[in-house]
Design a protein around this ligand. Structure first.
Ligand SMILES: [Zn+2]
Length: 117
């Protein structure tokens, strides 16, 4: 069976203000040797890592293979909805191609249009 796709909306708007995302959250004013309490598992309870880099860009996939159901399923939620870009981290270009691929896959019945209930 297919794995559950953990689609969780980010709790608080974690968007770092305007001006792009260079630098990230690294505070600049702190000394490098900040004491870190050992013993805690990581600290944050979130185990779902958000990718910021588009998977297809990373792997240099230009055309998205619509026959690759396993690949596509990673971007389709349980009910057959296409997972929005902000959750998957796919760039605009690839999201568009991905959408087309998914629709193509639906047309040849590789993927369901929607789950029936
Ligand atoms: Zn991309």
């Amino acid at each position: 069976m297919s794995d559950d796709i953990q689609v969780k909306a980010p709790e608080s708007g974690a968007s770092s203000g305007p001006g792009g995302q260079s630098g990230g959250h690294q505070g600049g004013g702190r000394p490098a040797g900040a004491p870190r309490p050992a013993g805690g598992p990581g600290g944050r309870g979130k185990f779902f890592r958000r990718k910021k880099v588009c998977k297809f860009c990373t792997e240099k996939i230009d055309a998205i293979p619509y026959r690759d159901v396993r690949l596509l399923q990673g971007f389709v939620a349980e009910r057959g909805k296409i997972v929005p870009r902000r959750l998957t981290g796919v760039c605009t270009t690839h999201q568009r191609r991905l959408t087309r691929a998914i629709k193509q896959a639906r047309n040849i019945a590789l993927l369901p249009f929607a789950a029936r209930h």
